[in-house]
Design a protein around this ligand. Structure first.
Ligand code: GLU
Length: 593
C-alpha cells in the first residue's frame, strides 16, 4: 500500500501542475437535450462539431470537424500526422462500420528494425526517430468517412479548424502541461522548437498561440482533397522530415526510409466491428489490429458469469480487476494485425472460453502478486478448421506503451453515432513538426513489440497492435450509450471500468466517468489514480490484496473519456471528463431546460 502522506503530496503536485479548477470554469462536461450531441476534450472542437450539425451536417461530418480542430488545440496527442479508428453507427440502416486508418509500416520494415546487435534499442531513442513514423492514415480516414457516410466535403468541415489555427487561442494550463512533457523531445528539432517552444521552454499559459502552417495544410486539403496529402508538396515535406529529420545542430536521430510509394499506396480498411453481448446489451467495439474490442468483450464475458447486482461495490471491483488481468494475458499473447497472423478471435470471444478463464479467479484474493497470469488456450474454442496448426505456446508480455491520444463522440438528430479515437501515439508523437505544415508526425511504429517471437513484431505493410476502443452499446436494438478514451493500453481498462460502473454498479454515466480509475493489465501491480489511494473505496478493497501502483506524478490521469447516453425519454446526455485533462466539453443541439 502507498502511504497516505505520499498520496497527499502526489495529489498536490498533480494539481499544482494541472490547475484544473481555473481552467474548468468555462467548460461544460455534462449536458442533456434533444437533437445532436457532442463530447470531446476541447471546447473549440466541440463547438466546431456543433457548428457543422447546425449547418445540417450529420454525425460523420461533425466528427471530422471536431477531429480537425483537436489537431490544432490538442496537437500533442492527435493530428493529420497520425492515424486512428472511427466507429460509425448508421441509424437508418441499423448498421455498424469501422474505419481503420491505423498507420502502416513502410516497405523497409523488418522484424529487426528496432534491434541493434540483437538487442532492443531504447524506447525513447526509437520514439524520437524517423523509424518510428508509420504511414499516416488520418487524412485518408477522414476522406473515406466523408465520401461514404458524410454529406459535406473537406472545405466545409475543415473551416472551423482553419479559423482556430489562424486566429489562434490562449494557451491553457492543460496545453502547457502537455507541452512541458514534450520539451526535451521538441528541443531536438528546429521546426518543433520554433512552433512549440519559447526560449527552449514550453509556451506559457495565456499566450496567444497561432499555427498558420497548420491552417495552410488544412487549406491545401480543402482545395486539393485527399491527394494533397499523399502526393505533391505536402507528401514531399513528410518524406523529407522522416528521412532527413530536421534536427538542431549537434543532435542526431535515426532517420526513417519511407518512400513516395508508401504514401501513395496507403489504404484504410473498412472492418466489421467486434460484436459481443453483456447482460442483454449488445456491445460493438473495434476489431484487430486494435486489441480494444476483443479484450473488452473477453473481460465482460468473464464478468457475466457473476451475479454482480447482488454484490458489494468492492466485490465487483475485485472481479473487474481479475477479469481485466486475464483478458490482458490473452491480449498480450495473441493479438496483432490479422492480415499478418492468424489470431484465434472466435475462441477468445467465446462464452465457453470465458467460463474456462473464470476458473482462475478467486472471489476473495487477487491473483498471485508479482506473477502475471498465463495466457489461456482459446484454440479448443476456436471451432475454425482454417487454423489447423496450433502455434507454439506464447508468452504473455506487458510491454512499454505510451498513452496519449484523444477520443470524441458525436450523435446527430437522425440517430447516427460516431465514436472516434485518433492519435499520434506518444505526447508530441515522434517530436518532429513537418516544416511549413505545422503538424507533428506519429511514432506509432513503437506500438510493435521490438523483439519476438511475437505476433506483434514489425513487418513491412503491417499495422501495429492498438488499444483504441471506441465503443457503442445497444439495448433491444436501440442505442444505449457510447464511450471511449485515450490512454494507450489503459484505454481498454478505462472503457471496461466505465461500462462496469454504469451497467453493474448502476452509476449514471457522469459518475461512471468521474470515479477514480484502476488499470490492471496483467503486470505485477494495478495502476491507480492518486485520489483512489487512501480513499474509503481503496480501504474496502484492501482485504482482496491488490497491489497498487500510483500513476506517475506528472502524468497522474488514467484516460480522458467522453460518452453519450441515449435516454428512454428520447433525450441525449453528453458527458465528458469532469476533472481530468482540464475538463472535457460537451454540447447538445437543443438543451433541456
Ligand atoms: N498508440 C496507442 C494505441 O494505438 C494510442 C495512443 C495513446 O493512447 O497514447 O493504442
Amino acid at each position: 500500500m502507498i502511504a497516505k502522506k505520499s498520496l497527499t503530496l502526489t495529489v498536490l503536485a498533480a494539481l499544482a501542475l494541472n490547475p484544473l479548477v481555473s481552467f474548468a470554469a468555462s467548460k461544460m462536461p455534462l449536458a442533456t437535450g434533444t437533437g445532436g450531441a457532442v463530447a470531446t476534450i476541447s471546447e473549440p472542437a466541440t463547438k466546431a462539431a456543433m457548428q457543422i450539425l447546425n449547418q445540417g451536417g450529420n454525425a460523420i461530418d461533425a466528427a471530422v470537424a471536431a477531429a480537425a480542430t483537436l489537431g490544432v488545440t490538442d496537437p500533442f496527442s492527435c493530428g493529420i500526422g497520425g492515424g486512428g479508428f472511427m466507429l460509425i453507427y448508421l441509424a437508418k440502416e441499423n448498421r455498424f462500420i469501422s474505419i481503420d486508418h491505423r498507420e502502416t509500416a513502410p516497405r523497409n520494415f523488418s522484424p529487426a528494425v528496432f534491434l541493434q546487435e540483437g538487442k532492443e534499442i531504447e524506447f525513447d531513442t526509437a520514439v524520437s526517430s524517423g523509424m518510428s513514423v508509420g504511414v499516416p492514415g488520418t487524412v485518408r480516414g477522414w476522406h473515406e468517412a466523408l465520401a461514404r457516410y458524410g454529406t459535406m466535403n473537406f472545405k466545409q468541415v475543415l473551416a472551423p479548424a482553419i479559423t482556430t489555427a489562424e486566429q489562434g487561442f490562449a494557451v491553457s494550463a492543460n496545453f502547457h502541461h502537455f507541452n512541458v512533457g514534450s520539451e526535451k523531445k521538441f528541443a531536438q528539432f528546429n521546426s518543433s522548437s520554433a512552433l512549440y517552444l519559447k526560449d527552449g521552454k514550453a509556451l506559457p499559459v495565456g499566450m496567444l498561440f497561432k499555427n498558420p502552417d497548420m491552417g495552410k495544410a488544412y487549406r491545401e486539403l480543402a482545395i486539393g482533397g485527399v491527394n494533397a496529402f499523399y502526393s505533391g508538396k505536402m507528401a514531399a515535406a513528410i518524406l523529407h522530415t522522416v528521412n532527413q529529420p530536421p534536427t538542431v545542430n549537434g543532435v542526431q536521430v535515426r532517420p526513417g526510409q519511407m518512400t513516395k510509394a508508401d504514401l501513395l499506396d496507403y489504404e484504410v480498411r473498412l472492418r466489421l466491428p467486434i460484436h459481443s453481448t453483456y447482460r442483454g446489451y449488445d456491445i460493438y467495439g473495434l476489431a484487430l489490429p486494435s486489441s480494444g474490442g476483443i479484450t473488452i468483450a473477453e473481460a465482460l464475458n468473464i464478468l457475466e458469469g457473476y451475479d454482480t447486482k447482488s454484490m458489494s461495490r468492492e466485490q465487483v471491483e475485485h472481479l473487474y480487476l481479475e477479469a481485466s488481468r486475464l483478458a490482458f494475458a490473452d491480449r498480450n499473447a495473441y493479438l496483432a494485425d490479422p492480415e499478418f497472423v492468424d489470431v484465434p478471435v472466435t475462441g477468445i470471444l467465446s462464452k465457453e472460453f470465458a467460463s474456462e478463464r473464470r476458473k482462475q479467479i478467486s472471489m476473495q484474493h487477487a491473483s498471485a502478486l508479482n506473477n502475471p497470469a498465463a495466457a489461456g488456450d482459446p484454440y479448443p474454442f476456436q471451432n475454425d478448421q482454417s487454423i489447423p496448426l496450433r502455434p507454439l505456446p506464447v508468452k504473455t508480455v506487458l510491454r512499454e506503451e505510451s498513452k496519449h491520444t484523444t477520443h470524441l463522440t458525436v450523435s446527430d438528430k437522425d440517430g447516427n453515432i460516431v465514436a472516434y479515437t485518433y492519435t499520434i501515439e506518444d505526447w508530441g508523437g515522434n517530436g518532429m513538426v513537418v516544416p511549413g505544415y505545422g503538424f507533428l508526425l506519429n511514432n506509432e511504429m513503437t506500438d510493435f513489440d521490438f523483439s519476438g517471437p511475437h505476433p506483434n513484431v514489425p513487418e513491412a505493410g503491417k499495422r501495429p497492435r492498438s488499444s483504441m476502443s471506441p465503443t457503442i452499446v445497444l439495448k433491444n436494438g436501440k442505442p444505449a450509450f457510447t464511450v471511449g478514451s485515450p490512454g494507450g493500453a489503459t484505454i481498454i481498462t478505462t472503457v471496461l471500468q466505465t461500462i462496469v460502473n454504469h451497467l453493474d454498479l448502476g452509476m449514471s454515466m457522469d459518475k461512471a466517468l468521474a470515479a477514480p480509475r484502476m488499470s490492471e493489465r496483467n503486470g505485477s501491480t494495478t495502476q491507480v489514480e492518486p485520489n483512489f489511494v487512501g480513499s474509503p473505496q481503496a480501504l474496502r478493497l484492501a482485504p482482496f490484496g491488490h497491489q497498487w501502483k500510483l500513476a506517475d506524478e506528472l502524468d497522474w490521469e488514467i484516460g480522458a473519456a467522453s460518452a453519450i447516453t441515449f435516454n428512454a425519454d428520447g433525450t441525449v446526455t453528453a458527458a465528458s471528463e469532469p476533472v481530468r485533462h482540464g475538463v472535457g466539453s460537451v454540447l447538445v443541439q437543443k438543451p433541456a431546460h
